[in-house]
Design a protein. Structure first.
Length: 108
């Protein structure tokens, strides 16, 4: 839920509950790559609170649209990394079954 001025949709602070640095830093990185973004940062109000405050300021695009785009791009990136990892694991398993990998050198 964004907080801030209702007239200016280009600046907003979003409170994301049940989240921490893992999502905060990743999302900040993705959002800052957007050329419409002037500022994006996050903070954790208190170590005992399991939430982050994410602040977005843009050149004109509504901040909520930038957040949606950032979340979509981060999701796509995670799905790509997972698919790549799963493919590599399957290739490794197949290579082990075919005897293409010498495990004795890995133990040295």
């Amino acid at each position: 839920m964004p907080t801030g001025s209702q007239e200016d949709e280009t600046c907003a602070t979003f409170v994301l509950h049940e989240e921490d640095h893992t999502l905060g830093n990743s999302l900040r990185y993705i959002i800052m790559k957007n050329p419409d973004v002037i500022f994006c940062g996050y903070s954790i109000p208190h170590p005992s609170e399991n939430k982050i405050n994410l602040r977005i300021q843009t050149n004109g695009t509504p901040a909520v649209d930038v957040l949606r785009r950032g979340l979509s791009e981060l999701t796509a990136m995670c799905e790509h990394m997972l698919a790549t990892f799963e493919t590599a694991v399957e290739e490794h398993k197949e290579a082990q079954q075919n005897g293409d990998i010498d495990m004795s050198s890995a133990e040295d």
